[in-house]
Ligand binder design. Sequence first.
Ligand code: NAD
Length: 481
Amino acid sequence: MADGSELLTDLYIGGKAVPAGDGGRFDVQDPATGQVIASVADGTVEDAMAAVDAAERAAGPWAATAPRERAEILREAFELMTERSEEIARLISLENGKALADARGEVAYAAEFFRWYSEEAVRGAGAVTTAPSGANRIVVLHRPVGICVLVTPWNFPAAMATRKIGPALAAGCTVILKPASDTPLTALAMAGVLADAGVPPGVVNVLPARRSGAVVSAMLHDPRVRKLSFTGSTEVGRVLLREAADQVINTSMELGGNAPFLVFADADLDAAIEGAMVAKMRNAGEACTAANRFYVESSIAGEFGRRLAERMAALTVGPGTEESTQVGPLVNQDAVDKVDALVRGAVEQGAEAVVGGGRPDRPGYYYDPTVLVDVPADAPILREEIFGPVAPIVTFEDEDEAIRLANATEFGLVAYVYTGDLARGLRVSERFESGMVGLNRGLVSDPAAPFGGVKQSGIGREGGHEGMLDYLETQYVAVQW
Ligand code: NAD
């Protein structure tokens, strides 16, 4: 890369870049053109076992490393990532397609997990209490859970990795990261940052692999592995929960979302439109937190729809790596086909595309920013994650109806509400079946806050103090003294 750090394209095991055991490689594309930008080593099951061996060798010494030392290494990783932010943002933009502004935002967010967990590493808490009988003391300790397998998606290739690696390392665990095959270069760049920050060999291993099922399954059946942290679709999450059951592996699951975005007639409409643009269009809609369904009180729905359509129509679509671009391409052809099928389905059922509704005529994996009105209640676009720049609008009459519609999904990651009445905002927040709520805000992600879902959106939390607990086991010692 231009900062002098080298672009890693091999596996990263035991502190070394190594080719795949069978010599296999796979291509990484630029979604803006469909052109191949790199060829990356394709890890095998044997490579996965070598990564577990390396993580095992490093586990004892890393767990025994003083928390302050682990903290300082993580802090250095934050500094280095901040120094290299422009290079990393360009790499994210190149392999994922997102606009540079989004990529820069992701790098800042991702680096912050290293800083936050450098601070948490030295705040380990235990407890000593007296048993109710008075006979003995109860000592509660927290210990690293052990070797962790981390599996991440392509939509935030840096942040989804650091949101797991930061707390794992702070807790004293060693890890094997299996990044998404669309975006392995950013994950490998994270390995470079961590190595340069002083993370010892074997503490962090990165294993790009197209045969993700076989490679992850082999690790989950190795008795040395004690933790799986997965971020991705609910569909794959269910498969991995079953796999993890065989060895009763500790799991954290950050899965899909279907976020409702409620706008009440008493809301500040300017703020609601701003919030809607952030909640919908960050990453061109390729976010688990993306507003997937807009429910607007009927008396203001016309005006909200018109203003949102105006803002969406004014966005500049283009290659993510161009400075003027606000909306980059989607990640690959399958993503475009999925979005297009959902939009066509809704239109066939009676919805109207007031802006967009198709693909622009250019190479690459683009989809036009789209606003749909009159969307029928049973349209699949309201049930499935769109993962693209499409905003379906539905009207509601009162608070009970809005809540019923918002909660009518198996997902429960995040929900948004705009209202000028704070009491209503808090009441509605409590009635949402979701792990997170944006109350008069279109963005909830914050390294200092517990991120995660309820229902089929997941198990466990990342970020905040809670995020580190996911990498610690509780041990209780009954003491007579
Ligand atoms: P995905 O589930 O297809 O893949 C995620 C990861 O799992 C990738 O690394 C992939 O290679 C791997 N994988 C796929 N099949 C596997 C298998 N059988 N065994 C082991 N690993 C396997 O998801 P995606 O398309 O990369 O990402 C988009 C999804 O991620 C969306 O559903 C989105 O909502 C979700 N997501 C959730 C959060 C969250 O924090 N809740 C954050 C970002 C993305």
